[in-house]
Design a protein. Structure first.
Length: 506
């Protein structure tokens, strides 16, 4: 009696052969780089579903608190998310290093300020001025992209950087502009003082005058732009942008109009950046030059890089992380340095954890650093008691013990008494020079010598932080610490938090 044939054996994905339109080596790259199970599950969630979850959670913020400061921080965070989404079109989708992007942000703000303020006596409603500003910014993006459409890489970055600086110079010197020397000079942009008393968004008889209103307006703008870019990325143009990003020469050989694609990417990004500018101008009721300088551009790029260029969800997450960190480093409404101090030590710890393998080396370096500080403190206390009685900076003009963390730091470092309270930074200057020397030495040594040198380097970094840098945490130091955090993240994930690693056959 013959047996009935069973069901045909199922083929695994690896044995099923290559799929049409998919490079199998690239498609299975996750198996080689060790993608975690959590990340695989996360990648299965559609981006629009992620947007929905984010929008629901964000919409609950004004309902959960009545603190106007927190709501303002949330609105600014959403503005940076909008800016990063626009920059992501040129950088993440098309692979264009556009350093003039900040100009479109400023054009949106100044354009809205000129059309809806007392500057020229024009008070257009939002539905009238915003479309005009967006169309003008898009056309400006096309015009500025024309001279650089044949440039790539560093050359494109340099040219577009000049565009951004030209915009900043024009708005700063715009209080004495003339038409080829005829008719005298005119105040167009308000110069360094900018344009104040800009109208709030108003349409018909309704006016957006509260922090909650601008929070929801910006949230809706982020959701609409996110959805539009998601659909564009899945379209034929989006696929062409990705091909241009991966290999411009190959895309051109395949008859893709790469110059037209570059113009389109810059134009779309300029439109989104200008939209963020109009919201910012209405929110702060003004347009001021220093809100659109290179420093702000660096923050936008930090958002994009941290979240992951090319990932829409990533840039929104990057905006939340970067902007919230900046507000924490400013000290919030209290103005204290507690949060900045915690972030500094956590960032240093994260950097050491990310770079040292195996873990027995990590444990040895951490234990050596603690022992090194204890020995230094004991030596200084025995030879110069005043050298260990210094307090910690707790605020702009406040010094104290700093709780249990401060007690541990003061017994690990050697902080001289009555030194930093009177702003005498002699020890800081010496230690800073020594720290720079140790960091340079770390780049030329390897093996056990590097691990041994890392111990005093970490101690010096903490000394330099506590004796001067922490006092500037609300100002320049926050950008330094933000850079340290970026280094930590990039060391662990070069593609950013939600970006995809670029797989290349070399």
């Amino acid at each position: 009696m013959s047996e009935l044939p069973g069901p045909p054996p199922t083929l695994t994905e690896a044995a099923a052969g290559p799929r049409i339109g998919v490079d199998e080596w690239v498609a299975r790259s996750g198996e080689r780089v060790g993608v975690s199970r959590v990340r695989r599950y996360f990648d299965r969630v559609p981006e629009l579903a992620r947007l929905g979850v984010f929008a629901v959670l964000a919409a609950c913020v004004p309902l959960a608190t009545s603190d106007q400061y927190i709501i303002r921080v949330g609105t600014v965070t959403l503005v940076f998310a909008l800016l990063a989404l626009g920059l992501n079109v040129a950088v993440g989708f098309a692979g264009l290093l556009d350093l003039g992007y900040i100009a479109y942000y400023g054009v949106g703000a100044y354009g809205y300020a000129m059309l809806s303020s007392s500057k020229f006596g024009v008070h257009w409603q939002a539905w009238e001025s915003i479309p005009v500003v967006l169309v003008g910014a898009t056309l400006l993006g096309f015009v500025l992209a024309l001279p650089s459409r044949r440039l790539i890489g560093d050359y494109l970055a340099i040219v577009t950087l000049f565009f951004g600086q030209i915009f900043y110079t024009l708005v700063t010197q715009g209080y004495r502009m003339s038409l080829l020397g005829f008719g005298g000079s005119h105040d167009i942009t308000g110069g360094p003082n900018g344009i104040a008393n800009v109208d709030r968004f108003h349409a018909g008889g309704a006016t957006a005058s509260s922090e909650q209103a601008y929070f929801y307006i910006t949230l809706v703008a982020v959701a609409l732009v996110f959805t539009a870019l998601y659909l564009a990325n899945r379209s034929r143009t989006g696929r062409a942008w990705r091909a241009l990003h991966d290999d411009p020469l190959a895309a051109q050989v395949m008859s893709m109009p790469i110059n037209r694609l570059k113009l389109l990417a810059v134009g779309v990004g300029a439109c989104v950046g200008a939209l963020a500018g109009t919201i910012n101008a209405a929110l702060i009721q003004g347009a001021f030059p220093d809100d659109y300088n290179t420093q702000v551009l660096i923050v936008i790029y930090a958002v994009l890089i941290l979240g992951g260029a090319g990932s829409l969800s990533g840039v929104v997450l990057g905006a939340v992380v970067v902007n919230v960190l900046q507000e924490v480093l400013r000290g919030g409404e209290s103005g204290t340095f507690d949060h900045a101090r915690w972030l500094f030590y956590l960032a240093i710890f994260g950097l050491v954890v990310a770079k040292l393998r195996p873990y027995r080396r990590l444990a040895a370096v951490l234990a050596g650093t603690v022992a090194f500080g204890a020995v230094i403190h004991a030596i200084v206390a025995a030879s110069w008691p005043r050298g260990v009685h210094g307090p910690l900076a707790l605020g702009p003009t406040t010094f104290g013990s700093g709780g249990w963390l401060g007690w541990a730091i003061r017994h690990w470092l050697a902080l001289p008494a009555n030194t930093y309270e009177v702003q005498s930074y002699t020890f800081f200057n010496y230690m800073l020079c020594l720290l720079i020397g140790c960091v340079l030495a770390l780049t030329v040594v390897s093996g056990w010598k590097r691990h041994l040198l890392l111990v005093p380097t970490l101690w010096l970094a903490a000394f330099v932080w506590e004796t001067r840098l922490v006092e500037d945490a609300p100002g320049p130091t926050r950008f330094l610490l933000l850079g340290v955090i970026l280094v930590v993240v990039m060391s662990a994930r070069p593609q950013g938090l939600l970006g995809r690693p670029r797989v290349e056959i070399v």
